[in-house]
Design a protein around this ligand. Structure first.
Ligand code: CAA
Length: 385
């Protein structure tokens, strides 16, 4: 039985910040952001959006009325959770109008959570081929104003249907997972912003990538030449480039050229959206499918990394006709509105965060289908339009 990704869609907020503007405001050479980090824009999150509304928006793009009735489980991966008990998936199930007869849960292991959810979905489908699992990786990457990580912020969600009749990718049998207790990135319960040892996290990512890939090679005998693309976690584009260079070394042959070109195509959207933590590998995949030169049947390698730390290298084969089962990300991103640095800073400070007071947000400027209207009696209030 083939198990894999049947449909994919991406959603982000309606606003973005140009990082040249941010560089000027922070008195940094813009080329540090554009070339050194490899980012040119980042999604900006208004107070009326959070991981629930963005995740629901991504899922809504791929659901038809018939498919809504067929969903059996909703797994939401996030490290921007809004509650220590209640799962984001419960809110999304309600907002999407899914049946009550579904399994809902939230998965967490930093940026690896989306892949953990995908692997769990695969297990559910293997146990029962009738299962159709809605996997959503939804996050807001938030490091704080005037911090080194600020340039690598971003937000968005990728939704996927995992089934036994995949129209986008068939997952390979062998994967290699690797985990160690490492303090490279974490967010204590009392903090709205992530804490990170950025340089250390980049080094750990590269080490995990090499370890997983070489173990995969030992198990399967696969060579780099067998892949048309090897895509990785994308917190900022430079990190993925460093990761692939770690595998390729000094190689400049045809194989290395193909893999570098494929990675470049996978970075197009992340460069203008920023980090979406759990969803970043999958936005990279969509970007490769829409901006690269993928061919049906080709083998794609995917390396997922989540600080703390967990990594997994797995593979998938591209299904003929996949184009009809992914959403047009480029067109969606072209509709976003640019904001100034002061507008971004205002929105950043307006986020609900850890405050416990009742609050009502002005949603008149937010035309998204799903909005967070505020908080009442310690309960987040959502609206579907
Ligand atoms: N022109 C061109 N390049 C320039 C430049 C200029 N004027 N000035 C500097 N650069 C280059 C530097 O040479 C450097 O390049 P290399 O990395 O190739 O050496 C690059 O720009 C960055 O410069 P710095 O290292 O000096 O930048 P920094 O100290 O300000 O920090 C950062 C950069 C570590 C990425 C920081 O932005 C950060 O901490 N970001 C968040 C951490 C992060 O995303 N980590 C990723 C893994 S964790 C993760 O993904 C999350 C998860 O699992 C939950």
């Amino acid at each position: 039985m083939d198990i894999g990704i049947d449909k994919m869609a991406f959603a982000t907020t309606n606003y973005y910040l140009d990082l040249v503007d941010l560089a000027k405001a922070r008195k940094v050479d813009p080329n540090k952001y554009l070339i050194g980090i490899g980012q040119s824009k980042q999604a900006v999150v208004p107070a009326s959006q959070d991981v629930v509304t963005i995740g629901a928006a991504a899922a809504e793009k791929l659901l038809t009325p018939a498919l809504k009735k067929e969903i059996t489980s909703v797994l939401v991966a996030t490290e921007s959770g809004i509650d220590n008990s209640k799962a984001v998936a419960t809110y999304i199930q309600h907002l999407l109008g899914l049946s009550a007869f579904v399994r809902v849960a939230e998965i967490k292991q930093a940026c690896y959570g989306g892949t953990a959810a995908l692997m769990m979905a695969r297990g559910l489908v293997a146990a029962n081929p009738q299962e159709k699992v809605l996997v959503i990786a939804s996050d807001i990457a938030r490091y704080g104003l005037n911090t080194p990580g600020e340039v690598t912020q971003g937000a968005g969600a990728v939704a996927m249907i995992v089934s036994s009749h995949p129209h986008v990718l068939k997952l390979g049998q062998t994967s290699v997972a690797y985990s160690r207790d490492i303090m490279d990135f974490w967010r204590p319960l009392y903090s709205e912003n992530a804490m990170v040892d950025g340089h250390y996290s980049t080094q750990v990512f590269i080490d995990f990538f090499k370890n997983c890939f070489s173990h995969y090679q030992q198990q399967t005998g696969c060579q780099l030449a067998d892949f048309s693309a090897i895509l990785t976690h994308l917190p900022f584009t430079k990190m993925a480039t460093k990761g692939l260079n770690g595998l390729l070394g000094e190689r400049q042959d045809e194989v290395a050229t193909t893999l570098r070109q494929s990675l470049k195509a996978s970075q197009v959207y992340s460069r203008i959206v920023g980090n979406l933590y759990t969803g970043s590998l999958y936005l990279g995949l969509l970007s490769y499918l829409e901006n690269g030169q993928p061919k049906s049947g080709e083998l794609i390698g995917l390396f997922s990394y989540g600080s703390g730390a967990a990594g997994e290298f797995f593979t998938a084969r591209l299904v003929d006709g996949y184009q009809d089962y992914i959403n047009d990300v480029r067109t969606d991103l072209a509709k976003r509105q640019q904001v100034s640095v002061s507008q971004y800073e205002k929105m950043f400070k307006q986020q609900l965060g850890l405050q416990n007071a009742d609050v009502t947000f002005d949603i008149s400027h937010d035309h998204s289908r799903f909005v967070l209207t505020g908080q009442k009696n310690h309960q987040r209030q959502y609206q579907r339009r």
